[in-house]
Write a protein that binds this ligand. Structure first.
Ligand code: NAD
Ligand code: UGA
Length: 453
């Protein structure tokens, strides 16, 4: 029986391994983490992350061939394949601070594997890493003689749809060395995915192509959002409608219709960090024009969020001091409780700076929101109830596209608010004409505003 170990029980390690265990009853899968509370949560009915469909998958496999543990040494000893799925945040200190990936957690796992392994193993980079990290990994691991094959197998799941993405991936990417043992390791890992992924969807490449493809995929996706957000700014000046433009250009199959939703700005733990990582890599190789090209994707995103806040200030007569503003949504996207790099954090902080009183409403992300905004308790109230959050507010800002915000009774909400009542739809989620007819002054993204003055 093959034993798989995954080091890192986060948003990637947990769901990925749960699906592998579910689909491969003949494989034992253990997930370890240094965070004991997280492991305890994975072993309980209250999983540490909110992800639709995940509890049922964990339920089916846990205790059968899926185990969550903090016993890292023992898990390393018994494993044949070790996935490393620890966090790789942006470095905050020293050379490359604010740009390069901080590889300290990743390197620590390599040293742990070396310390406890008692035979040859396949080590799989699941975390997103700078190109050529596998070289460093291999040097550390094989310092005492050739024992380990290092593969790159980046993860492409998106939060909120993780289970579907894992069940039916567009592709599985495996990068390995073009040597006999390298090819054998690639096929051993491929045989795990072949339990449910068709062979033609499993792409085999060299290690560097695989590492770079992950950064490139996120850069292309984020670039698409920044492109439509740039167009949304032009729309607001010209009375063009960004949704109509997105539809019109998206019908061209070379462009494609997905990922063209203009918004308050992309968030999430990866787009910004991975692009900055790519920018740093380009700078390191002296490719300054290429670095600047990709950097602009991040800069445009920051501009888009700032534009949104500036508009709130302008429309509310240049002052929000002492005014209640309701933020509908705090998660970086719908169907997750994750708030990492959420545009809502920037919006909230700017409004707090302007001395607004905030009421924040989100079905899943309030605990994380409280952590993100720690220290500002006196200016913020948190509520799961949107009606309560909007009561007495001068404005509502829609920051996450939760479907439940679409079916609220906005007549009731309007009546409970201060007048004139404003609604800033950072996701173009609602029926703007209807809101206008109810009395709201409505400010969408990239569409003409609807105002009663
Ligand atoms: P996360 O922060 O949710 O989880 C990482 C986990 O690793 C944490 O629980 C942490 O305690 C643990 N950890 C750190 N050092 C450890 C060590 N030495 N031993 C054991 N455990 C350790 O991060 P995540 O969102 O799961 O992301 C992990 C990697 O996957 C990142 O490189 C990220 O870029 C990439 N990725 C993330 C997503 C996503 O949707 N979140 C998607 C694709 C790829
Ligand atoms: C993204 C990628 O989609 C995954 O393929 C990748 O594996 C992952 O990053 C990663 O490496 O971490 P994720 O960040 O979970 O996944 O979610 P996305 O659906 O990509 O959304 C990212 C952000 O872009 C969200 O804030 C979302 O609201 C925003 N977005 C997305 C838009 O503003 N407009 C769109 O049209 C699409």
């Amino acid at each position: 029986m093959t034993h798989i170990l995954c080091i890192g029980a986060g948003y990637v390690g947990g769901p990925t391994m749960a699906v592998i265990a579910e689909k491969c009853p003949d494989i034992t899968v253990t997930v370890v983490d240094i965070n004991q509370d997280k492991i305890a949560a994975w072993n309980s009915d209250n999983l540490p992350i909110f992800e639709p469909g995940l509890p049922a998958v964990v339920e089916r496999a846990r205790g059968r061939n899926l185990f969550f543990s903090t016993d890292i040494p023992n898990a390393i000893r018994t494993a044949d394949i070790i996935f490393v799925s620890v966090n790789t945040p942006t470095k905050t200190f020293g050379a490359g601070a604010g740009m390069a990936a901080d590889l300290q957690y990743f390197e620590k796992t390599a040293r742990q594997i070396l310390q406890y392994a008692n035979g040859p193993k396949i080590v799989v980079e699941k975390s997103t890493l700078p190109v050529r990290t596998a070289v460093a990994m291999e040097r550390i691991l094989n310092a005492n003689g050739q024992q380990f094959e290092v593969l790159s197998n980046p993860e492409f799941l998106a939060e909120g749809t993780a289970i579907q993405d894992l069940y039916q991936p567009d592709r599985v990417l495996i990068g390995g060395k073009d040597t006999e043992s390298g090819r054998a390791a690639v096929e051993k890992l491929a045989s795990v995915y072949l339990h449910w992924v068709p062979n033609e969807r499993i792409i085999r490449t060299n290690v560097w192509s695989s590492e770079l493809s992950k950064l490139a995929a996120n850069a292309f996706l984020a670039q698409k959002i920044s492109s439509i957000n740039a167009i949304s700014a032009i729309c607001e000046k010209t009375e063009a409608n960004v949704s109509e433009v997105a539809h019109a250009i998206g019908q061209d199959r070379r462009i494609g219709s997905r990922f063209l939703n203009a918004s308050v700005g992309f968030g999430g733990s990866c787009f910004k960090k991975d692009i900055l990582n790519l920018v740093y890599l380009c700078q390191t190789y002296g490719l300054h024009e290429v670095a600047e090209y990709w950097h602009q994707v991040v800069k445009l995103n920051e501009y888009q969020t700032k534009r949104f806040v500036d508009n709130i200030l302008t429309q509310l007569f240049q002052t929000v001091s002492g005014k209640k503003i309701a933020l509908f949504g705090f998660a970086f996207k719908a169907n997750t409780g994750d708030t990492r790099e959420s545009a809502a954090i920037y919006v909230a902080r700017q409004l707090i700076e302007e001395r607004a009183e905030l009421s924040i409403c989100d079905p899943q992300a309030l605990l994380n929101a409280q952590k993100d905004l720690a220290g500002y308790e006196h200016q913020i109230e948190y509520s799961k109830d949107p009606y309560r959050a909007a009561q007495g507010a001068h404005a509502i800002a829609i920051l996450t596209e939760w479907p439940e915000f679409q079916t609220l009774d906005y007549k009731k909400i309007y009546e409970s608010m201060e007048k004139p009542a404003f609604l800033f739809d950072g996701r173009n989620l609602l029926d703007h004409r209807l809101l206008f007819e109810l009395g709201f002054n409505v400010f969408p993204i990239g569409r003409p505003s609807l105002r009663h003055y």
